[in-house]
Structures are given as C-alpha cells and as structure tokens.
Write a protein that binds this ligand. Structure first.
Ligand code: FES
Ligand code: FES
Length: 205
C-alpha cells in the first residue's frame, strides 16, 4: 500500500507492507533513528512519538494508521536550531544516562508541558508512568521536566495543527484510534489509555 505521512513538517510518501509498524517505518524507511525500539510490547515507551497531538507507542501502531497524519519525533523537538527547553532540561539536570529512553521521555514531557505548563512532580511522574528508564531512579528525569517548566521563556514555538496542515483522512483518522495507543496520562504502566487525549495528566481516563 502507498501512504503519505507528515513527519516533523515534511511529507513522505512510501510504498509499504500493510503490516509495517510505525516505529520501523520511522527508523528503517525514513532513517529517523532517534525513536528507539525496545520491548516491542507496548511496555517500555522507548518508541513514543506524537501521532498528531497525542504521544503513542509506535511499536503498537501500524504505519498505515499514520497515513495522512502528522508525526513528531525527537528529531522534530528543536526549533530553528534551538533545543526545546525539555531537551535543555535533560542536559542541565542529567536526565539521562544511556539515553535509550530519553527521546520518548522528552516527547511525553513536551506533551505534558503544552497542556500543563507548571506540573507538580506527581503530575510529571503520572504522565511518564508508561515509560521505563533502565538506568535512573527517575529523580533527575522529573527534575529535568521541572527545569523545562521554569524556562518557558526560551521555549520555541510548538508545532500545532494548522489550517493549512495535512488533513487526516481514512478510517484511521479518528481521535479514538490514536487514543487507544496513547502513551501518556494513564495510570497503568505501559498500557494503552482509553481516556481523553486532552485529559489532564494525573487523571487516568
Ligand atoms: Fe514500544 Fe517498548 S518498544 S513500548
Ligand atoms: Fe538509560 Fe533511561 S537513560 S534507559
């Protein structure tokens, strides 16, 4: 099948097998290797990317479901050569060791801060509860997100849906299809959320 996906502001059209997972499409077809492939079972969150405005675990999303949609990966976090405050926060507060979990952590953190600019530590932990770090005790990850929340003045403009942007199409275009694979805002580690995509973090759906 042929699909067109809008990734970090650029459009890509490819012929793919219908069974191809989004994580493999991003890494193997587009060579965007910032998104990592870990457990492959929707548990670790290393593969988190945004599908439209929702963080999803791309190891459990078919690439075909992204047809006509926008995808944002860690490569799309920086803006005009300036790191996103979340990226700066992870650097400032030593929020990573090996870095395997970091791209997914940062994308979920950005999602959280876009909706809750001044989250509590508990809210940050809840938002990241579906993602596993094998290295740290999470303390510095939480500090990194708090750092980012306190440095919003240097925050680059965040990509939002635009009237001229790609229009979701096809049966996979519903908000519900994305929310079933949401990586954030759920209280059960690694499990898809059935909640509202825009629900405040810390309030399981
Ligand atoms: Fe997707 Fe672990 S690789 S959740
Ligand atoms: Fe190594 Fe998180 S920094 S898995």
């Amino acid at each position: 099948m042929k699909l067109t996906v809008h990734v970090n502001g650029a459009s890509y059209t490819r012929e793919i097998e219908p069974r191809l997972l989004l994580i493999h499409f991003l890494r193997d077809e587009l060579r965007l290797t910032g998104s990592h492939w870990g457990c492959d079972t929707s548990n670790c969150g290393a593969c988190v990317v945004w599908l439209d405005e929702t963080p999803v675990k791309s190891c459990t999303v078919l690439a075909a479901m992204a047809d006509g949609h926008r995808v944002r990966t860690v490569e799309g976090l920086a803006h005009n050569g300036e790191l996103d405050p979340v990226q700066q926060g992870f650097a400032q507060c030593h929020g990573l060791q090996c870095g395997f979990c970091t791209p997914g952590m940062m994308l979920t953190a950005r999602w959280l801060l876009d909706r809750n600019p001044d989250p509590s530590a508990a809210e940050i932990r809840e938002a990241l509860s579906g993602q596993t770090c094998r290295c740290t005790g999470y303390e510095n990850i939480v500090r990194s997100v708090i750092w980012a929340s306190k440095h919003s003045a240097s925050k680059p403009s965040v990509s939002k849906p635009s009237a001229s942007g790609p229009t979701p199409s096809g049966p996979s275009a519903s908000k519900h299809s994305a929310s079933k694979h949401s990586a954030s805002g759920h209280g059960t580690r690694g499990r898809p959320s059935a909640g509202d995509d825009d629900a405040a973090p810390g309030v399981p759906g």
